[in-house]
Design a protein around this ligand. Structure first.
Ligand code: PGA
Length: 256
């Protein structure tokens, strides 16, 4: 069953671009190009340090998101950023459990669960990323992995609590991220449907039906459309292609 929410397109800039001037240029070009788009939620997640400098006080319809958050509220945690700080800078979304964080920073399901709770407590909309590696996929373990990631991430989080923000899940098969080998819409749909039915088992059908599930992994302006119109996803998480203003604008327009 497909959710009726308006599509969400999230740009994950990762550790790019390398200067504030470029970041501002990219943000301004995207804002201008999408100023008439009303029926799609566009979220840009730049590196932390650019957030306050891109926050234009709501003069564009583009929302800001962070790429990560720490789970503690405040205190002696050198190098970390709290959810309250993000809220204060005008952030509305936060990506949690991206595979690059899991891989390079050893983020476990337990860490992801703690970060989710923190984001929800501050009413930051979490974008929970889950997905299998190529090896797991080859061994036929995709569903097992998705179920484990979901169950652990959502442990002791009630649907009531999830309702306090716009909770979003992104299916990002790791083998499709940054490789140019996007998952086919048919295969992605099987994973998306499985995610929805797993969420339905954890909570209930109504909650699962209304949940927005995004696809991410080598999305570009040529392949974006079918994920939304054929594979029942409610949005996209874009890495590489979000760094090119024209390409990103095309992607958003193609699904709006
Ligand atoms: P990609 O990255 O679009 O460059 O594959 C997606 C992501 O990591 O969110």
């Amino acid at each position: 069953m497909q959710s009726m929410n308006k599509p969400i397109v999230v740009a994950n800039w990762k550790m790019n671009p390398q200067s504030l001037a470029e970041a501002k240029r990219l943000f301004d070009s995207v804002s201008k190009g999408l100023k008439d788009i009303k029926n799609t939620e566009v979220v840009i997640c730049p590196p932390f340090i650019y957030l306050p400098l891109l926050n234009n006080g709501g003069r564009t319809s583009i929302k800001l998101g962070a790429q990560d958050v720490f789970w503690e509220k405040k205190g002696a945690f050198t190098g970390e950023i709290s959810s309250k700080m993000l809220k204060d800078l005008g952030c509305q979304y936060v990506i949690i459990g991206h595979s690059e964080r899991r891989r390079y920073f050893n983020e476990t399901d337990e860490v992801v669960n703690k970060k989710l709770k923190t984001a929800l407590a501050t009413k930051l909309n979490p974008i929970l990323c889950i997905g299998e590696t190529q090896q797991e996929r080859k061994k036929g373990k995709t569903k097992e992995i998705l179920k484990r990631q979901l169950t652990n991430a959502l442990e002791k989080i009630s649907d009531f609590r999830l309702h306090t923000s716009d909770f979003v899940i992104a299916y990002e098969p790791i083998w499709a991220i940054g490789t140019g080998k996007a998952c086919s819409p048919a295969e992605a749909k099987r994973a998306g449907d499985f995610i929805r039915s797993t969420v339905s088992n954890i909570y209930n059908q109504k909650f699962a039906e209304n949940l927005s599930i995004l696809y991410g992994g080598s999305v570009n302006s040529q392949n974006a459309k079918p994920y939304i119109f054929e594979a029942d996803f409610q949005g996209l998480l874009i890495g590489g292609a979000s760094l090119k203003a024209k390409e990103f604008i095309k992607i958003v327009k193609s699904v709006s």
